[in-house]
Design a protein around this ligand. Structure first.
Ligand code: H79
Length: 448
């Protein structure tokens, strides 16, 4: 008996060893599970954190209808109906140079653009299928190519948004939570969708556009329990461009192989949107995305534009929470960016030309964000961003370093302060009701 038992245990052990072995041999999955970011990836993460402010662009054939990027779904269109949209997409006013120049003038340091959204329509020259801008539209050109060239010329990093969710491809099967009966067959090859179609397109995006900042994934939440072959896809990306950052908007805590944690319409850890995780990965750069009005893709009936002051506060709040802000605009189908967007962006750029020192290159400061505002830090400077405080004195909690000097950022005027074991009290310069943010610079002793 005992002998038989021992044999069967040995047999089991052998099977287990075999399974583990087969996972180890030639499997990129293991490589990404034990993901060690390449030195250039770690460097890219630091540069990403220094950049602080990016332009998010949602642009696709959905823009033609002026009802946002979910119009296929929201109007329960059929495949036949949606297939007509590319025929009207002819953005004769698209000017890559002007888009990049606008991002720069707004003080933005990177651009993240939809290479394809949930409609699966590739806004680039893809050989993987003909469901793309070059083959289906009268425009026939690849705007991402033009944008990539212009970004490289003007020194802006370009990231590609890529929707893993696909409402068009029959191989996106079994369909997910957001699917409806739009005329796709009841069958499809999920593995082929991931390995051939998606990885094929990612290979194109990481090969044909020069060095890119990274891939911003969205839509995995449509099929949360599916096997997305993430380790394989992540390994492919890091193998093609080790510095490219993988930024997944799956609303979960980060997984191995991911380089940035992003939060949709929320500051990190604050789940006001209702679908974000409240767990922050302290090892990774953080990003928060939001919209300039209320929409991502061009929406002709959305006039809820945020004021420059609101946008500046969002940026300051993000920076004070150790995060970037990725601010979205949805260009028109003709390729133009509407004035309501550009004027506000230019105003933010103007503000940043004065306040940028307290934002760019900083990390979240040593004092936790409060109702009064936030802090950022760079080298031996702490920037106290007073966003909402009417009283003349502001009491801050203690910090380990000695403050040797306090100045107003704008005019360098000395600011009175006292520091003891209980904290720091600063005399806040009087508030001018027009001012978005009053920044006081604390200079610390014993630092470089
Ligand atoms: O690209 C933009 C939007 O089109 C896309 N992400 C941004 C960047 C987006 N898709 N959905 N949402 C934003 C809102 C989130 C809805 C969700 Fe759900 C709630 C996801 C999970 C819970 C709805 C219900 C979709 C799946 C279940």
């Amino acid at each position: 008996m005992a002998r038989i038992w021992r044999v069967s245990v040995t047999k089991h052990a052998r099977i287990v060893a075999l399974v583990i072995g087969s996972l180890l041999v030639g499997s990129t999955a293991i490589a990404q599970t034990n993901y060690q970011p390449a030195p250039e990836n770690l460097q890219a993460r630091r540069e990403f954190q220094d950049a602080k402010f990016g332009m998010f662009i949602h642009w696709g054939v959905y823009s033609v209808l002026g009802a946002g990027e979910w119009v296929f779904h929201d109007h329960t269109l059929t495949l036949d109906e949606y297939n007509r949209l590319p025929l009207f997409f002819d953005p004769e006013k698209f000017d890559a140079k002007a888009w990049v120049a606008l991002a720069k003038a707004a003080g933005m340091k990177y651009i993240t653009i939809t290479s394809r959204h949930h409609d699966g329509f590739a806004m680039f020259d893809s050989k993987v299928s003909d469901w793309n801008i070059v083959q289906r539209t009268p425009y026939k050109k690849d705007p991402l190519k033009m944008l990539a060239e212009e970004c490289h010329r003007q020194g802006i990093k370009l990231f590609f948004y890529y929707s893993q969710l696909d409402w068009h491809n029959p191989n996106y099967y079994p369909r997910g939570a957001t699917s409806w009966n739009n005329g796709r067959p009841d069958g499809g090859d999920w593995n082929s969708y991931l390995d051939d179609y998606m990885d094929g397109q990612l290979r194109e995006l990481l090969t044909n556009y020069g060095p890119i900042g990274g891939i911003w994934f969205d839509g995995m939440w449509d099929k949360p329990d599916a096997d997305w072959h993430l380790p394989k896809t992540y390994a492919l990306i890091h193998q093609l461009q080790p510095a490219a950052l993988i930024i997944p908007n799956h609303h979960q805590t980060p997984r191995p192989g991911e380089d940035v944690q992003t939060f949709e319409r929320d500051l990190p850890g604050q789940n006001t949107a209702g679908f974000n995780t409240t767990t922050i990965n302290t090892q990774l750069p953080l990003e928060s995305c939001d919209t300039l009005n209320g929409s991502w893709g061009f929406n002709i009936s959305d006039a809820k534009y945020k004021s420059p002051a609101e946008l500046e506060r969002k940026l300051v709040q993000a920076a004070g929470n150790n995060s970037n802000l990725l601010l979205n605009i949805g260009p028109q189908p003709n390729g133009e960016i509407q004035q309501e967007f550009s004027t506000r962006l230019l105003a933010v750029g103007d503000w940043l030309s004065k306040y940028g020192n307290s934002i760019y290159g900083t990390r979240g400061g040593p004092i936790a964000p409060g109702d009064w505002g936030v802090t950022t830090q760079k080298d031996n400077k702490i920037y106290v961003h007073v966003l909402s405080w009417r009283a003349p004195l502001l009491a801050l909690p203690p910090i380990p370093s000695k403050v040797v000097k306090a100045n107003s950022l704008l005019d360098a005027a000395a600011v009175e302060f006292t520091q003891n074991a209980d904290g720091i009290i600063v005399k806040v310069p009087p508030s001018n009701s027009e001012e978005t943010d009053r920044v006081i610079v604390l200079t610390l002793a014993n630092s470089h």
